[in-house]
Design a protein around this ligand. Sequence first.
Ligand SMILES: NC(=O)c1ccc[n+]([C@@H]2O[C@H](COP(=O)([O-])OP(=O)(O)OC[C@H]3O[C@@H](n4cnc5c(N)ncnc54)[C@H](O)[C@@H]3O)[C@@H](O)[C@H]2O)c1
Length: 455
Amino acid sequence: MNDSSINRRHFLKQTGTAGIGLSVAGYLGSLTNLQAQGDSLAKKIGANDKISAAVIGTNGRGLAHVDCLTSLPGVEITHICDVDTRAIEKGIKETLKKQTNSPQREGDFRKILADKSIDVVTIATPDHWHTPLAILAMAAGKHVYVEKPCSQNPYEGELLLQAVQKYQTVVQMGAQRRSSPAMLDIIPQIHNGLIGKTYFAKGWYANARTTIGHGKPAPVPDWLNYELWQGPAPRQPFIDNLVPYNWHWRWKYGTGEALNNGTHEMDVARWALGVTWPTRVSSNGGRYAFQDDWETPDTQTISWDFPEGKTMSWEGRSCNDYPVEGKSRGTLIYGTEGTALLDGDNYIIWDKKKKIVKQLKSHEVVDPTNTISGSGADMDTAHVSNFIESVRGNQKLNCPISEGYVSVNNLHLGNIAWRVGRELNCDTSNGHILHDHDTMKLWRRKYESGWEPKV
Ligand SMILES: NC(=O)c1ccc[n+]([C@@H]2O[C@H](COP(=O)([O-])OP(=O)(O)OC[C@H]3O[C@@H](n4cnc5c(N)ncnc54)[C@H](O)[C@@H]3O)[C@@H](O)[C@H]2O)c1
């Protein structure tokens, strides 16, 4: 008997094929046993092999995953998984636009992980599920495309990196600008001195979101498995303004606009500047536009200084969409010899005299109010394709967790600085907060007992 069949038998014995009758804690516990052995259950996938995919979380962003996967040759979506039955139907409908076979409907991700026929999972659940679910999927031998932000807090980013190193499956973070042909063309040129020595980058995002009001206690709708929706988050009675989407603005589940959209622009900024961990981070702002249940800032600035003598700043305006440079979102990079405007699929390069020296305009219009693909569908498909081709061993990942988690943790630091209301000094070897024990408490969150992610 070969190793993989032993592993498979072990896995099925530990989990029960369908997970039926097992408590979630028991299930997570059995995966932890598996993890302790460091087994890899990943099936070998060849350069031209057909790939079976499950999309997990299909209310909003998951539909873009469906669109991308059904555009790629040799990929079949075999399962649509969500804890909301209405979202499952959305996912099925979207899949059938471009695929003949209907995927199976699944309400419980544990059955997806136990199903050996599934090679890859894509995760577009709320943020509080990203790291825990990605780690469980890796432990079950799946290759994973996990939406940005790859973690809900900095501790999880480090844990996710450890898991990638341990399980050796292919894990891409959904920061699609990393696969934009425009960015892949211009950023190496910036590194090679196109605008001289770079020293400052500014990213922004502007939208016109309205109030989420005040939630009222309500019965859990019959279309929702609220227990599995909450998962690792401490239990809270259901309220009527939480799902879908408005969890984004609550610290228990989401990460605010800084991680929701800032991840994109500041990942590009960090990539272009060539910096990693900051020396200091500060943040200002508040919930100014409306008084309601929204806990994260709707107006926020974050500033980072880096040891290389470089600075980045982010401006997020969730409720006033007046553009910057005529654009709802973008990144400006300033150098000693010129300036670069990087906007996903587009760029403009000016010299010191403000003359345009290079420009690329895509046909796509960026719409920040489109919560499924606000950034442009071409980059999305390129990024998912890069993931699939990396699974097949034909390409290298454009946004592995080792890169993605650094950008995400930099933004988490910004949110921590905002939450404690003071500047943070950081260890430039790992981004940890120095000399501030109280603040380090926000490095991680509280978990529902038995649901803590583990590697
Ligand atoms: N890369 C991008 O450009 C981009 C764009 C939009 C959203 N996103 C990210 O995608 C994620 C999802 O955002 P959204 O706007 O679609 O949120 P949403 O609330 O609209 O959808 C999330 C879905 O996940 C489901 N879900 C929750 N827990 C689950 C579980 N345990 N198993 C299966 N399904 C579960 C929910 O029922 C819901 O249908 C977020 O993390 C967001 O940051 C990325």
